[in-house]
Design a protein around this ligand. Structure first.
Ligand code: OAD
Length: 229
C-alpha cells in the first residue's frame, strides 16, 4: 500500500471563482498582496487587512467546489494506503467536497484567532476592530491566516508525510512561496506529479507534468491512480 501526499494551491480553486494570488496584476485595491498579508500590515492598518479578509470570507458564500476538489475527495475515500491532503488555500472548498485527511498549512478564512488567549474559533461573518474574543473578551482578534514571515501550521506532520511519500502530487501552485515550494524536493523517494496550467519554477523537480485545467486533469489523474491502487 502506497503513501500518497497531495499539495494544492490557489489554482485548484480558480475555476470555482476564487481569485489566485499571482494572476493578472496580483493587486487588491491597489495594494500588493504582500502588503496586506503580513503581521506588520495588520499593526499598521488593521482596518485594511480586516477588509481584505472580510471580502474573501464573504466570497466563499458564492463559490462551490469544482470537479478537482471532488476528485480528491474520491481519491481519499478509495485510496488503500496512507493519504494526506495539504492545502495552502484558506477557503473551505476541500471540506465541502468531502475531504477529511486535510491540513490547512496557511490557516482558514472561516476561523479567527485571539492574539491574547490564543484561542481559535469558527467565524463565518465579517471581523472588525470592535469584535471581542468570545473566550477572554479582549479586542485583539485576527483572521486565523498564516501571514508572510509567520510559521505555517502542521509542519511536523507534513514533513513526516513527505519523507514517507511514495507518490506526491502538486496541483495549482506557483512554487514561489516557501516552505510549500520545497515540498517536491522533500518528497525525495516519491513519484512526483505536477498539475498546472503552465510550467512553474519548481517543475524540474517533478517526474510527470499534467498541463491543463485542474478540473479536467485532476479527475483523470485520480481515475488512473485508483486503477493502479
Ligand atoms: P499562486 O496564485 O501563486 O499560483 C496559482 C497557480 O495556479 C499558478 O501556477 C497558475 O498557473 C495555476 N493555475 C491557475 N488556474 C489554474 C487551473 N484552472 N488549473 C490548474 N492550475 C491553475 O497561488 P499559490 O501557489 O497557491 O499564502 O500561492 C501560494 C501562497 O502565496 C498562498 O497560499 C498565499 C500566497 O501568498 C498566504 O496567504 C500565506
Amino acid at each position: 500500500m502506497k503513501n500518497l501526499v497531495v499539495l494544492t494551491g490557489a489554482g485548484i480553486s480558480a475555476e470555482s471563482g476564487v481569485q489566485t494570488f499571482r494572476a493578472a496584476d496580483g493587486l487588491w485595491e491597489d495594494h500588493r498582496i504582500e502588503d496586506v498579508a503580513t503581521p506588520e500590515a495588520f499593526r499598521r492598518n488593521p482596518e485594511l487587512v480586516h477588509r481584505f479578509y472580510n471580502a474573501r470570507r464573504a466570497k466563499l458564500r458564492d463559490v462551490k467546489p469544482n470537479d478537482a476538489h471532488l476528485a480528491l475527495a474520491r481519491l481519499e475515500k478509495d485510496w488503500l494506503g496512507a493519504f494526506l491532503l495539504i492545502t495552502q488555500n484558506v477557503d473551505d472548498l476541500h471540506e465541502r467536497a468531502g475531504s477529511h485527511q486535510l491540513v490547512h498549512m496557511h490557516g482558514e478564512l472561516l476561523k479567527i484567532f485571539c492574539e491574547v488567549c490564543e484561542k481559535r474559533q469558527k467565524h463565518a461573518d465579517d471581523l472588525g476592530l470592535g469584535d471581542s474574543c468570545p473566550n477572554c473578551h479582549s479586542k485583539r482578534m485576527r483572521p486565523d491566516i498564516v501571514w508572510f514571515g509567520e510559521m505555517p501550521y502542521h509542519m511536523e506532520m507534513i514533513y513526516d508525510a513527505l519523507a514517507k511519500a511514495d507518490v506526491f502530487i502538486s496541483i495549482g501552485t506557483s512554487g514561489l512561496v516557501y516552505p510549500a515550494a520545497g515540498f517536491s524536493k522533500l518528497a525525495s523517494r516519491a513519484h512526483r506529479i505536477e498539475v498546472n496550467l503552465q510550467g512553474t519554477s519548481v517543475s524540474p523537480s517533478f517526474h510527470e507534468h499534467r498541463l491543463g485545467r485542474a478540473s479536467e486533469e485532476v479527475p483523470s489523474l485520480v481515475t488512473e491512480l485508483l486503477q493502479k491502487n
